[in-house]
Design a protein around this ligand. Structure first.
Ligand SMILES: [Zn+2]
Length: 61
């Protein structure tokens, strides 16, 4: 229920993004853009983008 706590979740630094692959790219989205970076979630299955602090979590299906 992240949406209930913030008016604009796009600029929330601790956004958590669930992904279903271990290699992802992040450009920060439209409001918080940064140069595109490729991130590897590695063995732990999670990584925090060094630019926008979004947290990516690998989610198995
Ligand atoms: Zn980012």
């Amino acid at each position: 229920m992240i949406e209930a706590k913030t008016k604009n979740k796009n600029i929330l630094h601790k956004d958590i993004v669930k992904v279903n692959e271990k290699k992802i790219s992040c450009d920060g989205g439209t409001d918080f853009g940064h140069p595109i970076v490729f991130l590897n979630l590695g063995a732990e299955g999670k990584i925090i983008c060094p630019y926008c602090s979004k947290k990516y979590v690998f989610l198995k299906k």
